[in-house]
Design a protein around this ligand. Structure first.
Ligand code: FE
Length: 195
């Protein structure tokens, strides 16, 4: 059994105990999870990225104070008290991990995927980021520096991927559709539009 399995079993045991004692309604728990997966999910982050790509003044505010700029779009709340946006450039590729546990910017990305919480991801993204990114399907050119950000309870990071070529004519909604959750964690890049 991995540590993640053990944690899942513990969480389930705690939940069933709370339900049994009448302290928690399982339907409410389901609704909260669904809310974070769909409404609070990565769609919010994609909107932030699309705005940063198209609005230079917003982009400036975003890198000066991520939390504040993101709040302009109406996103904030639990697990998002301090969101730091980090910018991918032709020189630098950013990727986010939480080596201690699973800290993640909920207001813009929703709930963290299972692999983000795995022991392997948390240790290897620090020890051998290029190799792990390659295994996850992202080859970072040798000319590009890889910068790994370790999330904590205080600071959560949002990667702003590079705007793909050939997207000059696209509107905010079409741009947002190119931005996957994984590209905002930094284990992928933004999609190139189908021509
Ligand atoms: Fe954490």
């Amino acid at each position: 059994m991995t540590a993640d399995d053990a944690r899942a079993i513990r969480v389930e045991a705690v939940e069933s105990l709370l339900v049994e004692k009448g302290l928690v309604d399982p339907a409410v728990v389901d609704r909260i999870v669904e809310h974070y997966e769909t409404n609070v999910g990565p769609l919010n982050g994609a909107k932030v990225v699309a705005r940063a790509w198209t609005d230079p003044a917003f982009r400036e505010r975003l890198f000066a104070n991520g939390t504040k700029a993101i709040a302009e779009l109406g996103f904030g709340g639990p697990e998002g008290a301090m969101i730091v946006a980090v910018e991918n450039t032709p020189e630098v590729h950013n990727v986010v991990v939480c080596t201690l546990c699973s800290c993640y910017p909920w207001p813009v990305l929703g709930l963290p995927p299972t692999w983000y919480k795995s022991d392997a991801y948390r240790s290897r993204m620090v020890a051998e980021p290029r190799k792990l990114l390659g295994e996850m399907g992202l080859e970072v050119p040798a000319t590009k520096k890889v910068r790994v950000w370790d999330s904590s309870a205080e600071a959560r990071y949002l990667v702003i991927p590079e705007r793909p070529p050939g997207t000059e004519a696209l509107g905010a909604e079409e741009l947002a559709a190119l931005v996957s959750r994984d590209s905002m964690i930094g284990v992928a890049v933004a999609k190139v539009p189908a021509s």
